[in-house]
Write a protein that binds this ligand. Structure first.
Ligand SMILES: Nc1ncnc2c1ncn2[C@@H]1O[C@H](COP(=O)(O)OP(=O)(O)OP(=O)(O)O)[C@@H](O)[C@H]1O
Ligand SMILES: [Mg+2]
Length: 214
């Protein structure tokens, strides 16, 4: 089981929206997926409550019990665990980062969000975790999105597609659904973001191992 944690100390960056949409993509791709919502606001859990399908599954836990909960899940044939974290540097956020195989950092392509990104990167680096970025709530190929990608790429890999600002995402969150079912363009960009994340989670270490054997 791989653990993907979505984190950004800045509120409203698009963490919960990102976590929900990537979970649906993972499930669509056949992965048995479980969600953990470490944010007391419970945006992800509220979205999940509106769903009828059991996959993605969800468990409740807390910062003290998270490591043990992850160990238990490893014995239960889950392929992927996605953890949503609060937009702060609380124990809930840090505990979610500590158990991650990869931390995905969504960021809006705006000056205030980009200038605050260093504090999130420091928090992730303190736990010595791999991380990558995805730009959210921007306009595809607009100057701001391109500049944001250029800034973020100095620190780490950036997803090849942004998650655009579309009402389909907000609507989907309110319905326990995915924007991919409502809108073709959302589907295309979420598929690209998921392929990027999936490769980082499941394939990169494998390819290193193959090179060593060869
Ligand atoms: N791609 C998008 N297009 C349009 N609206 C979006 C998009 N992503 C997020 N939003 C909206 O922006 C707001 C914040 O999004 P979200 O809850 O995902 O952010 P967050 O980082 O989880 O916030 P918090 O730090 O409060 O947990 C919500 O109202 C959500 O519906
Ligand atoms: Mg949230």
């Amino acid at each position: 089981m791989k653990v993907l944690t979505v984190a950004n100390r800045k509120g409203g960056a698009g963490k919960s929206t990102c976590a929900a949409h990537l979970a649906i993509e993972a499930v669509t791709g056949g992965l048995k997926t479980i969600l953990i919502d470490m944010d007391p606001q419970k945006t992800l859990e509220t979205w999940w409550d509106k769903r009828e399908e059991e996959n993605p599954y969800l468990i409740d836990t807390n910062a003290n019990d998270l490591t043990k909960a992850i160990e238990t899940l490893r014995d239960k044939s889950f392929d992927l665990c996605i953890i949503d974290t609060p937009g702060d540097a609380s124990q809930n956020a840090i505990s979610g980062i500590k158990v991650a195989d990869l931390v995905l950092i969504p960021s809006k392509p705006t000056a205030p969000d980009l200038s605050a990104i260093g504090r999130t990167i420091s928090m992730v680096e303190e736990s010595n975790k791999a991380f990558a970025f995805v730009i959210t709530q921007g306009i595809n190929r607009a100057k701001a999105a391109l500049q944001a990608a250029s800034v973020l790429s100095q620190f780490g890999a950036v997803a090849p597609s942004i998650i655009s600002n579309r009402t389909a995402y907000a609507n989907a969150m309110g319905m326990g659904s995915s924007a991919c079912l409502l809108d073709k363009q959302s589907e295309e960009e979420i598929q690209q973001v998921w392929s990027f994340v999936k490769a980082k989670l499941f394939e990169e270490r494998k390819s290193t191992k193959q090179k060593l054997i060869a």
